[in-house]
Design a binder for this molecule. Structure first.
Ligand SMILES: Nc1nc2c(c(=O)[nH]1)N[C@H]1C(S)=C(S)[C@@H](COP(=O)(O)OP(=O)(O)OC[C@H]3O[C@@H](n4cnc5c(N)ncnc54)[C@H](O)[C@@H]3O)O[C@H]1N2
Ligand code: MOO
Ligand SMILES: [Mg+2]
Length: 416
């Protein structure tokens, strides 16, 4: 028997705010630098060293007293005796007296006395005596101690995401490990009796399971540690037992399928009984049926996404992503958005905000406005256009038609 209930749909914003109520940013943990990529700093990083740590040469050349080269020119080069060779890593180069110079390599400590470096290209390259054909100034091609980072300076703020640049800075100031928010552990489970693991033969009425792969990939792109359990059929006891068994691995559980109005919509059935998960309809397309709450003794947050693949994809980017960002220690910002000009007209249901898969491209006209081409196939089951889409075109609730040439908001999907 169907139980039919008219539900007032809630707004996308309200749903996001309800979901964010489920999670808070966890305690810090210390991670080895190599394992910290993609995590978020829990405390500012103060440098215990200066960068550079000592005055050193910016060029391969000669360490000189600038005053010795006054008046040097191509016609009247100055010749200086070369009294030392200073490679990078030289622990204690001898002082250079006026009238003398030393060969010096990039990164090598500037010897006491010398106040400038002359690049080898400005000389005859001599090893015993060197002829230099132009003057220089004190400080020329010298990298000063502390000119990049002063000892005691804050080099990274709390909340910074550790990417390649941050990694470089951390290593450069000598950090071996860093205090970060632990990577959220995301368990992904799909449901549906019709599903078959890719690679196996398909029977009549069956389809390949794709949601768990897609959602797991999206969560990994968000810096999470993902356990993709795959899928279970539509048996309520199996669904519950599987979920319960997975809780030890999860900071958050994401399911797909079984949340709509069907008599086999098992996720809704099982979790409604638990009483801690709420099922609702959001005024959007795709992605209308949504569920959220907590399960198990530790009140693990669970987000139940609709089973249609495109609905699950859009739900991830709108709803799961901000939750994961908060767990990671980032601001739970929505996807960035741009205004773009539509290449073809689109239509959208009254009262629901549409998110259409689209391809954003550079401006076609001289007005500098990017263009947005909505995919032709927009059904919630038609996932082919997901492969090319780099944006989600937003059509507001009250708008049912947008003509070609109209300006529209486009959410920018993360780079892959
Ligand atoms: N009478 C109504 N029927 C439906 C409504 C409604 O309001 N009234 N809503 C529709 C909308 S909108 C959506 S979205 C779907 C949501 O469905 P469920 O979350 O219950 O998901 P299922 O029924 O399990 O599956 C829907 C669809 O997606 C395919 N699917 C499911 N899981 C996967 C997977 N892991 N990989 C690939 N494909 C999957 C499944 O085979 C179905 O075709 O409900 C509408 N119905
Ligand atoms: O809302 Mo469903 O997610 O349109 O296909
Ligand atoms: Mg269903």
């Amino acid at each position: 028997m169907y139980t039919i209930r008219k539900v007032l749909m809630k707004s996308v914003e309200q749903h996001i705010s309800d979901l964010l109520g489920l999670v808070s940013t966890p305690e810090a943990t210390e991670l080895d630098l190599l394992k910290a990529q993609g995590t978020v700093l829990a405390a500012p990083i103060v440098s215990p060293v200066s960068l550079p740590g000592f005055d050193n040469s910016a060029m391969d050349g000669y360490a000189v007293h600038a005053a010795d080269l006054a008046g040097a020119s191509a016609e009247a080069p100055v010749s200086l005796p070369v009294v030392a060779d200073i490679p990078a890593g030289d622990p204690d180069p001898a002082a250079i007296r006026p009238g003398l110079c030393a060969r010096i390599m990039t990164g090598a400590p500037l010897p006491t006395g010398a106040d400038a470096v002359v690049p080898v290209e400005w000389t005859d390259g001599g090893a015993v005596d060197v002829r230099i054909d132009r003057p220089t100034r004190p400080g020329s091609f010298v990298r000063r101690r502390g000119e990049d980072v002063e000892e005691g300076a804050t080099v990274l703020r709390a909340g910074a995401r550790i990417g390649a640049g941050e990694m470089g800075v951390l290593a450069a100031v000598g950090r071996r490990s860093v205090p970060v928010r632990p990577r959220p552990r995301v368990v992904v489970l799909s449901t549906g009796e019709e599903l078959v693991e890719p690679g196996r033969p398909l029977g009549p009425g069956q389809i390949y399971e794709s949601n768990s792969y897609m959602i797991a990939a999206a969560a990994r792109d968000e810096g999470c540690e993902v356990y993709r359990h795959g899928f279970v059929g539509d048996d309520p006891a199996t669904v519950w037992d599987t979920l319960e068994g997975l809780l030890v691995r999860a900071d958050v559980v994401v399911t797909t399928g079984g949340v709509s109005m069907g008599v086999y919509d098992v996720v809704k059935e099982v979790l409604t009984r638990q009483g801690t998960v709420e099922f609702t309809q959001v005024a959007m397309q795709p992605g209308k049926p949504q569920g959220f709450g907590t399960i198990g003794p530790d009140k693990t947050p669970i987000l139940t996404l609709p089973g249609n693949p495109v609905s699950a994809f859009v739900s991830f980017h709108l709803f799961v992503r901000p939750v994961l960002r908060r767990l990671r220690g980032l601001q739970p910002n929505p996807l960035p958005s741009v205004r773009a000009r539509l290449t073809t007209p689109v239509s959208s249901p009254q009262g629901r905000r549409s998110y259409l898969r689209a391809v954003l491209a550079g401006p076609a006209a001289g007005d500098g406005v990017p263009t947005v081409a909505p995919a032709v196939r927009q059904g919630s089951h038609q996932l082919s256009a997901l492969a090319d889409a780099n944006g989600l075109l937003v059509v507001p609730e009250e708008v049912t038609e947008l003509p070609a040439g109209a300006l529209a908001e486009v959410l920018v999907l993360p780079d892959r």
